[in-house]
Every structure is written in C-alpha cells, then in structure tokens.
Design a protein around this ligand. Structure first.
Ligand code: SAM
Length: 281
C-alpha cells in the first residue's frame, strides 16, 4: 500500500479551471497530490494539468460518459482498500454536464465517504456575471438535440419563471437561439457568456432577437453559456375577470360555494378574494 493510501478510503470530487489555470485552488492541488487514482475524461489533458500543478502523476483512469459505469467496480474496490480516488472532468465541476454523478451514487450506496473540493463551474460563473436574477434559477445544461425531448424542454424553458442557464456548442448556438426565440418570443432577455475566464472572455447582453442577428453576423467561436431571463409573471386577474368567471359558473347552475372554489383554482387567486366578490363583502 502506498504512503498516500494510509488515509481512509474516500472519493474526492475535484473542481478544475474552466479556462484560467490560475483558478486551480491549492486544495485541488493537495487533493490530486494525495490521490492514489485520478479518474479523468482525458488522461492527456489531466496529465497536463497535473504537470502544471507540479503533481507527480498518480495513476490515471479514463472515466467518460461511455466508461463511467464500467469504472464503478474498479473504483469501489479501491475505496474498499482504503484508497483515495479523485474525480476530475476536463473542466469545471465533475457531474455538471460531465461524468461523476454515477460514481458518486455508487460510492454513497456502498457507504464510502465522498468529499468535494469545489472549483469554478461555467454555469454559476455565467449566472453571476449575467446581471439577470440569480436569486432563483434553474440549470438545463445542454438541450436534447432533437425530437419530442427537445420540443418539450423548449416549452418548459419558455414557461419557466426562474432564470435558466443552458450550455451550447458554438456550431449549434444559432439553431438553439432560433428555437428559444420561437418558444419564448424574440423579446426575452438573454446573456451570451463566452470563453469565461479566458483571453477572449466576453459577456453580451440583449434580446433573443438581437442575439440571433449577432450570431448571424459573426460565426460563434469558443465556449458559450446562455443565461435566459425567466418568463414574465402572468398578469394577476382583475376583479372584473373574477366576477365574470363567477357569473359564468353560477349561470351554469354551480352552487356559490363550488363556484368560488372552482374560480379560485382556475384563476390561481385566493379563495377569500373570490368569496368576497361573490358575496359583495
Ligand atoms: N463541468 C463543466 C462545468 O462545471 O461548467 C461543464 C462541462 S460541459 C461538457 C462543457 C460546456 O460548458 C461548454 O460546451 C460550454 O457550454 C460550458 N463552458 C465550459 N467552460 C466554459 C467557459 N470557459 N466559458 C463559457 N462556457 C463554458
């Protein structure tokens, strides 16, 4: 057993930079240096990161979308032997549109300790720089490429009241912006956060319609996160609208009590407001 594995077995999720190597944290370096095994998407890429960090290469295991399930047995065996297994992806946080989630679940199910050394993630980085509401948001990652999966997700995004964060490849950006404009309307605000933390970092803010024009003028290059404003809240129904709905329900023979409940539910307004209008209170 190596000196490193004198520690208790644990799975370490390690965040790595999304572009700027200066964002590799001292704790990340420490975790990678202490690992008996580093699971990574691309051994050459992670090898270069380790070299940059001055970490003498521990054993590397390729874990990508295709091999993650196969790697579980090997990783669990090592954890059971008391080894420290680090998980990194090519960039950012493992498990966020990247492998890692299934390894974590397997380690948790087997009763092993799982720790995280947080680092940057493009989603959060783009959200905070976007200027759109970060108080409540939802992460969509990459939309399904085609079929009903894509149509349904676009419809859900269109009605989502929270800020939506999406990832997209540059060569699919124009199509995705077009589809978003179709489902959300061209006036919806969007932020294109490009090449974050890198030399050509750029944060563009405008409407979906403007974004489509911009992308048509200049072919997108590099990595992009789209941050989309939430759907505007539907206007609250006025007293006149509630009264008309009540009148229609009563005219159909519904009792006042049932009409109040029905109208409150359908219009999404408090029952006591509908009751007050029904009884002139
Ligand atoms: N695990 C990563 C994370 O935590 O952000 C995400 C990996 S996902 C496979 C890669 C996508 O993240 C890219 O296609 C792009 O949408 C986004 N991305 C990654 N780095 C970025 C950067 N520096 N600037 C803008 N977007 C980036």
């Amino acid at each position: 057993m190596s000196e490193r594995s004198a520690h208790a077995g644990r799975l370490l999720l390690v965040g790595t930079p999304i572009g700027n190597l200066g964002d590799l944290s001292p704790r990340a370096v420490e975790a990678l240096a202490s690992a008996d095994l580093v699971c990574c998407e691309d051994t050459r890429r992670t090898g270069r990161l380790l070299q940059h960090a001055g970490v003498r290469a521990p054993a590397l295991l390729t874990v990508n979308d295709h091999t993650e399930v196969r790697a579980i047995g090997d990783v669990l065996e090592r954890l059971a032997r008391g080894e420290r297994v680090a998980v990194v992806s090519d960039a950012g946080m493992p498990g966020i549109s990247d492998p890692g989630e299934r390894l974590v679940r397997a380690a948790v199910d087997a009763g092993h300790v799982v720790e995280v050394v947080p680092g940057p993630s493009a989603a959060i980085t783009a959200l905070v720089v976007s200027g759109l509401s970060a108080g409540r948001f939802t992460f969509e990652g990459f939309l399904p490429r085609k079929g009903s999966g894509r149509t349904e997700r676009l419809a859900a995004v269109a009605h989502e009241p929270r800020t939506v964060v999406l990832y997209e490849a540059p060569h699919r950006l124009a199509r995705t912006l077009g589809d978003l404009a179709e489902s959300c309307g061209g006036e919806r605000r969007v932020v294109l956060a490009r090449e974050l933390t890198k030399l050509h970092e750029e944060t563009w803010r405008g409407t979906l319609a403007d974004a489509i024009e911009r992308v048509a003028e200049r072919a997108p290059r590099g990595e992009y996160v789209l941050v989309l404003d939430g759907a505007p809240a539907a206007a609250a129904p006025t007293d006149e609208v509630i009264a008309a709905a009540l009148a229609a329900a009563l005219a159909a023979g519904t009792s006042t009590r049932d009409a109040v409940t029905e109208v409150a539910e359908v219009l999404g307004v408090p029952r006591r407001r509908v009751y007050a209008l029904a009884t002139g209170g």
